[in-house]
Design a protein around this ligand. Sequence first.
Ligand code: PLP
Length: 427
Amino acid sequence: MQFDQEIFDLIQQEYQRQQMGLELIASENIASEQVMRAMGNIMTNKYAEGYPGKRYYGGCEIVDMSEQLAIDRAKKIFSVDFANVQPHSGAQANAALMLAILKPGDKILGLDLSMGGHLTHGSSVNFSGKLYEPHFYAVKKEDGLVDYDMMEQKAHEQRPKLIICGASAYSRDWDYARVRSIADAVGAYVLCDMSHPAGLIAKGHLNAPFEHCHFVTSTTHKTLRGPRGGIILMKQDFENTMGILDTKGNLKMMSDLINLAVFPGTQGGPLEHVIAAKAVAFFEIMQDDFKVYTTQILANAKAMEKAFDARGYHMVSGGTDNHLLLIDLRNKNVSGKKAENMLVKADITLNKNMVPYDDKSPFITSGIRVGVPALTTRGLKEHHMDQIVHWIDTIIADIDNESKALAVKSEINEFMKGFELYQNWKV
Ligand SMILES: *Cc1c(COP(=O)(O)O)cnc(C)c1O
């Protein structure tokens, strides 16, 4: 067979891009060498529809053990009774969870996408907004914090079956006890989608959702720093009240409904190589080193908050409790789109983002989202954050000056040579 030079050249180019640039996309991270070794392995050859011990194919004894390890480690990390590690992504985890507990047309209540929520929390362009009837709560205009009073009011008006908390662009912690009490009053279930802060929750830096939320979903590739994928967790299994019967006419448990909704509900064969890589990531998260990492994430985010504040940037909610900042550029007279486009010329990658009550479209936006998980993995510390914000500010303060951006790019490329992307990994 001929070697596919074309694709491997592109992978090499992507390696260089990642090595040379400053990665500030809040949802990205850099998986370890052993996570990638596990991901690129012969388990991709294996069909294993079903679950450990209950497969529809032979020869699953070994992948059973590795999937079981992933499940057991996930349960241990988050002190939960149930884990499904098969969802191919965060969106797939949410699709399966909703399929498990909702019927088409049921009402759901989530944080508005333009306020920091996620597409899968009811957006009209997503399955969640097409199959179910979406309603939204917001963040408050005055302080950028989740408006729990509005959540409560909407919950009473609409009586949704499911209330979703968690977000993609929210820099503060959540009051899960409050969400649960709102849900209990109207008989709704609570889903926490902790895709973004999961790694910080794993190490106890933020409120844990598990006691209060019936279901928790997450990606595995953001602050958890694993392979691209999703998981579904439950603190405590409980009897379903959806009236769905199994073949023997018994009421199923929620764990059964969720497992059936992942496979065969929304997916076919699991990606056993990716599940092995999830197990490796969970192994890493269980080590003390990972707490050093998550502690550094918080320190870097705070240092970045200080550096932006010192240069007159307006941050939604005034700052951060987690790994990201949402910056409103309106006082700088620069759109999110313009900022993203010029910053990328300096090898600074981040994304334009709507800010709450934005007057610009999602394609233009008034803000940018910055996150520190990837550059913290690279080894950058608090004292580097001021330099980074200085580079960003240099470009934003002179947004049409491409030669300035290119000058910053050379400085960044030189600077990043001091922080190896990988020690031993070969493309
Ligand atoms: C990233 C994210 C997802 C989706 O994850 P994918 O793996 O991209 O499908 C879902 N929910 C939230 C809150 C997210 O931030």
